[in-house]
Design a protein around this ligand. Structure first.
Ligand code: GLN
Ligand code: ZN
Length: 758
């Protein structure tokens, strides 16, 4: 009999109960006990939902982040958080967000660094390793939750982040080699596993997702050493790998002394036969067959076709599961009350995915007949999706098929364009600009909300937004900025705004996914061929341009970012979907140009995020991603100046691809690293113009003029000053007006002084 199990369940609650409780606790509106109670309630609900499974994850819940939980379970707590006093709960929130409610008005401590969890939009708190790091395991949380799970009547399978992944994903502070900590770390894992063994736990799930990444030999060795050290413990260990294939780590993974291995049979489907061939006789295999990274229904019949022979072969050694933790999908589709019902019938959120898993396991174990009604309903839903005229639009497909790389080529090389643009735009040396958004006040947000709810009519809405555009333009003129923006007051989010206007998109009402801590995002759902029924930004931008003689930037989100921040259809390659988006946004670019807009910015904030986990796959991604961007951007005349913006700092390893985008100007984040990131330009002569962000918009601090001059002078050492722009490092929507005006005033002053001395 195959066993059905889950790797992790969303912790936020179907109605974001966790977010509400966390934020209330941080603000002192509820007590610690009430927050803890919410946790108990959420876990109980989650186990009830999962009670149809043979094994249920325990320890996947967290009050902030499961990696941070693991740090606390290991007793790896930065001393700055401990010194501030309070109990473990306070220390936990100090590392998570810099302060705990008991800290009152104190300054708090530096929060732990946060970074993206593999290629998901989930962010974890990075474990810290320093000279003073030592581990003192504390299994209280796990033991308590095992008891809770058992009381809820489910078979508890505790989940730990594995030792090698934990170490690999952490960061060295100071002059140490984190691998040197492996021995003491393993001692801590031995204690933890020993405690679980004592608790009569049969299976423990040990997540080792770094096995799907490129590993240097010393890290492979760390795996061998780690699992050899833990092999003395009798508790059955399942190593869980997800988000990709094992690739060249396959033999290593199968050589470890573990009792079962979980592989991602969605992204790694092509590798499964090989895993089965090489699977040691004593090892069980968990296949992650339900996509934990997307929201589509599984084609259960097709899956069974593939799975049945495998089940025959593996018998009791087979486990079935989602591909990864369901943390990355929304909780429950049944709460969607107003979503397009046709599209809704094609979707599955976490609850529905587990239903699918139960049906699948039933069909595998008792034969398809036992599950026939459910399978038939599933077939019908898939059939409706496959044949829907909203999913496949022949004209859209034909247009994408006819697109050629030529469409992504500017008419003349940069140098010629630049001369022409200089004439037309008449910009000074060190031109100043901003990245797009201006402070989004509560008033602006409420105007948008009221319009959405139908509480104000379109005319009132337009007038209110136009008033804000007038304000933003007036402020910029007064500050003396050179290239202006309209401020984006009509946009709630840079992807949602375009998704709402494109055919092929649908929005859920409640499809929240945790991004970090209490922050959740609701990714739009790209279900079908993409078409732009009408212009999306022209009215706002031309209105803004009519208010000023200075150039007004058209402001768009690029195809790769729209793709990377959505749940994307899985019935065609992402590259194809990206190309459709590219063509739709290209039409907008050309319409802006036709409407007389001379400068157009196309943001690709998320281009880097889409990079595959393995370097060998980078080129293919970058080829189509950059190709799509070029199709969007480069159909314009030479006289039109194209900008792009990217708000991540580590672009050194993809600088050549960025140069290939051939935008006239790129604005990027660099201020936090003191322009060190520009070192790449010592080796690579970036050919076009660049605006290295001169101040960090994430901080409320007003940057000093001298500081920005200094940074620009550093930049001018690497990039000829004729090709340098002066701008903040990202949009200003999270800032307030006083600090924005003060900062920009200093920035413009810095540009003036740079011109004088140039
Ligand atoms: N134009 C967008 C803004 O200014 C860019 C945001 C981003 O890069 N994340 O808000
Ligand atoms: Zn940005």
């Amino acid at each position: 009999m195959a066993k059905a199990h889950n790797l992790g369940f969303p912790r936020i609650g179907a109605n974001r109960e966790l977010k509400k409780a966390q934020e209330a606790y941080w603000k002192g509106r509820i007590s610690k006990e009430e927050l803890i109670e919410t946790g108990v309630m959420l876990r109980k609900n989650n186990w009830t939902i999962q009670s149809g499974l043979d094994w249920v994850p325990v320890g996947d819940f967290s009050f902030y982040d499961h990696v941070l939980d693991m740090s606390f379970t290991l007793g790896n707590i930065p001393s700055r958080a401990q010194k501030a006093g309070g109990d473990l709960f306070d220390q936990f929130f100090r590392v998570a967000r810099g302060r705990s409610p008991v800290d009152g008005t104190s300054e708090g401590v530096a929060a732990g660094e946060m970074t993206k969890w593999f290629d998901t939009n989930y962010h974890y708190i990075v474990p810290e390793f320093s000279e003073e790091t030592h581990f003192s395991p504390d299994v209280t949380r796990l033991i308590e939750q095992i008891d809770e799970a058992r009381a809820a009547g489910v078979s508890a399978k505790p989940v730990l982040l594995g030792p090698v992944s934990y170490l690999r994903l952490g960061k060295e502070k100071g002059n140490i080699d984190k691998l040197a900590l492996l021995d003491s770390l393993l001692k801590a894992y031995e204690v933890i596993l020993g405690a679980l063994e004592e608790k009569n736990v049969e299976w423990v799930q040990i997540d080792e997702p770094v096995l799907v990444m490129d590993l240097e030999e010393e890290w492979k060795e760390a795996f061998r050493k780690a699992y050899a050290a833990l092999s003395g413990l009798k508790i059955k260990k399942m190593a869980a790998c997800y988000f990709g294939t094992l690739g060249d780590n396959l033999d290593l993974a199968l050589s470890l002394p573990i009792d079962a291995i979980h592989v991602d049979a969605v992204r790694g489907r092509s590798e499964v036969q090989k895993v089965i061939e090489k699977l040691p006789a004593g090892m069980e295999l968990s296949l992650g067959v339900i996509d934990g990274r997307n929201i589509w229904k599984t084609d259960l019949t097709a899956l069974l076709e593939w799975l049945e022979p495998i089940a025959d072969k593996l018998g009791d050694r087979l486990w079935l599961a989602p591909s990864c933790s369901l943390l990355h999908v929304p909780v429950d589709l049944s709460l969607e009350k107003s979503m397009d019902s046709e599209i809704l019938s094609w979707l599955a959120f976490a609850v529905q995915k587990l239903d699918e898993l139960v049906v699948l396991a039933g069909a595998v174990n008792k034969g398809r007949e036992a599950a026939e009604a459910k399978l038939e309903a599933n077939r019908l839903a898939l059939e409706s999706r496959r044949t829907s005229s909203r999913v496949n639009i022949p004209e859209v497909k034909a247009r994408a098929a006819a697109a050629t790389p030529d469409m992504g080529r500017r008419k003349s090389p940069y140098a010629e364009r630049a001369a022409l643009q200089e004439n037309i735009l008449g910009l000074p040396l060190f031109p100043t600009t901003t990245i797009g958004s201006y402070p989004q006040t509560a008033e602006i947000r409420s105007v948008r909300r009221k319009f959405k709810k139908g509480e104000i009519d379109e005319k009132t809405y337009t007038e209110r937004i136009r008033a804000e555009v007038r304000n933003v333009v007036a402020v910029q003129e007064e500050l003396g900025l050179d290239v202006l923006v309209h401020g984006e007051p009509e946009r709630n989010d840079m992807v949602e705004y375009f998704g709402e206007q494109l055919e092929g998109y649908v929005f859920s009402g409640n499809g929240w996914v945790q991004s970090y801590g209490s922050r959740c995002v609701k990714p739009p759902i790209l279900f079908g061929d993409i078409r732009r029924p009408k212009p999306m930004t022209i009215d706002w931008i031309t209105y803004a341009q009519s208010l000023t003689d200075k150039p007004m930037k058209g402001m768009l989100t690029g195809p790769v970012t729209i793709l990377n921040w959505s749940f994307v259809r899985d019935d065609q390659p992402r590259s194809e979907t990206c190309l459709q988006l590219a063509l739709a946004v290209r039409d907008e670019v050309l319409d802006l140009e036709k409407a007389g807009i001379k400068v157009i910015q196309i943001d690709e904030a998320a281009l880097r995020e889409g990079l595959p986990l393995r370097k060998a796959d980078w080129k293919e991604y970058l080829d189509w991603a950059v190709g799509s961007f070029r199709i969007t951007a480069n159909g314009v005349e030479d006289k039109t100046q194209i900008h792009t913006h990217m708000c991540y700092s580590e672009f050194n390893d993809i600088i050549e691809s960025i140069a290939e985008m051939d935008t006239d100007v790129i604005t990027i984040e660099t201020s936090r690293s003191d322009m060190e990131l520009l070192d790449v330009f010592d080796k690579f002569a970036y050919p076009n113009e660049i605006g290295p962000g001169v101040y960090d918009i994430h901080s409320p601090n007003v940057p000093k003029t001298e500081y920005m001059i200094d940074l620009m002078q550093k930049a001018a050492k690497r990039i000829p000053k004729r090709r340098l722009w002066v701008n903040p490092d990202c949009g200003l929507k999270t800032r307030d007006w006083p600090e924005t005006k003060a900062s920009l005033k200093n920035m413009v002053e810095a540009a003036h002084r740079l011109r004088e001395t140039a």
